[in-house]
Design a binder for this molecule. Structure first.
Ligand code: ZN
Length: 484
């Protein structure tokens, strides 16, 4: 077998990065060793990263678009009004005691929060004193610009869950209310994902909460048209990534049940681009507990043809019934599912294989739902028959990519080749795509995997295998950018 030859050739490499690999037993002959097992044994960290970046990957089906903008992308889009349709932005760089003591530091716009970004129409409404605390984003010094970029990147040891939930989105402020910036971010993500072999993106990107440069609300149907139109443009199509959207609802908002009704109506009328509904927002706020939505969903199902639900559940520290209750709500997929081991009956139910868990390894570590990867239940799910897929969640905030998720999975949990390619297969199989498109993407995925395997037979003899594009997360986590 040609694989065998190449594997033996690789085994002479002095750098052995994956010594925990199985099939190295002295009783086994080389002919029993799968080429991927040999590759894991012999590959350096850089080679494994490059290999996984080139691997065909199915879909990213748990992705928040407002959390998926790399800081540099946000900055570029916010400061170029020819791309962002004429909006101008200001950000807070000073505090001059313009507001009296005792303001709300726990609301959406804490007064003491730096780098809060607003559009010109919001800026114009500020007092003269408050205006002097902000400056145009285009005029930041290098130090201020770096501060701004870092303020939406979760990369410090002391930054975790609170920084993420209570500061990152609040700082983005009006930027997430610009539908043109959001559609550019969508295309940038499609292009970047396309470069690392991702074929499908199902992102959470609702049509509400947008405003024009004058500060007037933009109606959801107009926002949907902006998204729809952008997806038809050449650069979006040539990314090689098929994209669909989910309507996400902030689960603990007072209006969440009403929002859910709106979402159903809206998705039903825009099924060409919207394929599902999600419930988002930190689960440790019990105002958003799953059963809150049971009656509303049952009423909606009396009048609306099926709308697939993927619900965040089990992204908490303590054991609870959120996953079971989310299945009762009708969820076909569970986002995160970190605490499922604490609910054995539901674990058994999910081993029937009907429901997929969207696994977010990097997110779960950075947001402290696990202390280290040895605590993550992913291998237990993967190896007891629960369909799983790797997903990126808020990759812009981690400054990561899909390769980082795959690299983590392979190096922490010693995935076999079959397990590795099943992840991509699952992501497409459990996507909310229409039957025809899903069948086509699955066919393409299987062909790409076959071609990739064939190519690897030849490529493994040569070094370097591929030229990787490292994410900032990979530089921080595995020091990949400094090794060469
Ligand atoms: Zn999420």
């Amino acid at each position: 077998m040609l694989f065998l030859v190449t594997a033996c050739a690789l085994a002479t490499n002095s750098s052995v990065a994956y010594s925990s690999v199985t099939n190295n037993s002295p009783t086994k002959t080389a002919s029993n060793v799968h080429w991927f097992e040999s590759f894991k044994t012999s590959a350096t960290t850089e080679e494994m990263y490059a290999f996984l970046q080139a691997l065909p990957k199915g879909g990213d089906i748990h992705n928040h678009m407002s959390g998926s903008g790399l800081p540099e992308w946000w900055f570029e889009l916010a400061t170029d009004s020819s791309i962002n349709s004429g909006y101008q932005y200001y950000t807070k760089t000073q505090v001059k005691h313009c507001q009296p003591y005792g303001g709300n530091e726990f609301g959406g716009t804490p007064y003491l929060m730096m780098f809060h970004t607003i559009q010109r129409s919001t800026y114009e409404q500020l007092s003269q004193c408050s205006k002097s605390e902000y400056q145009p984003l285009t005029r930041l010094s290098e130090e201020e610009k770096n501060g701004w970029l870092n303020s939406i990147r979760l990369d410090k040891p002391y930054e975790g869950r609170e920084e993420f939930f209570q500061r990152h989105w609040q700082r983005l402020g009006d930027l997430t209310g610009n539908p043109f910036i959001m559609s550019e971010l969508l295309v940038k993500n499609m292009q970047a994902f396309g470069e690392e072999g991702v074929m499908y993106l199902e992102t959470q990107m609702g049509p509400k909460g947008y405003m024009d440069p004058g500060g007037n609300p933009i109606q959801p149907n107009i926002v949907a048209d902006i998204f729809r139109h952008r997806l038809q443009e050449k650069d979006a199509k040539s990314s090689g990534v098929t994209a669909r959207l989910q309507y996400a609802i902030l689960r603990f908002a007072k209006s969440a049940n009403e929002d859910l009704k709106d979402a159903y109506q809206f998705v039903d009328k825009n099924r060409d681009i919207y394929v599902g509904v999600n419930l988002v927002g930190r689960e440790d706020n019990d105002k958003g507990h799953p059963l809150r939505f049971l009656n509303t969903l049952r009423e909606l199902r009396k009048t609306t043809p099926t709308i697939p639900l993927s619900l965040h559940a089990g992204e908490v520290d303590e054991p609870n019934q959120h996953i079971r209750e989310s299945l009762l709500l009708g969820a076909k997929r569970i986002g995160h599912g970190v605490n499922l081991l604490g609910d054995p009956d539901t674990l058994l139910l999910m081993q029937s294989g009907r429901y997929l868990i969207e696994i977010n390894l990097v997110s779960n570590l950075l947001l402290e739902y696990i202390n280290d990867y040895s605590e993550h239940p992913f291998p237990e799910y993967l190896r007891t028959g629960i369909p799983v897929a790797l997903t990126t969640d808020d990759r812009g905030m981690w400054d990561s990519n899909m390769t980082d998720e795959y690299f983590t999975a392979v190096t922490e949990f010693n995935l076999s080749w079959e397990e590795l390619i099943t992840l991509g297969e699952n992501s497409l199989q459990h996507s909310f795509l229409d039957h025809k498109t899903k069948t086509l993407l699955l066919k393409n995925y299987r062909e790409k995997v076959k071609r990739f395997e064939k190519k690897m037979k030849k490529k493994l003899e040569k070094k370097p295998l591929f030229e990787p594009k490292y994410s900032k997360y990979s530089c921080r986590q595995w020091q990949l950018c400094t090794k060469n």
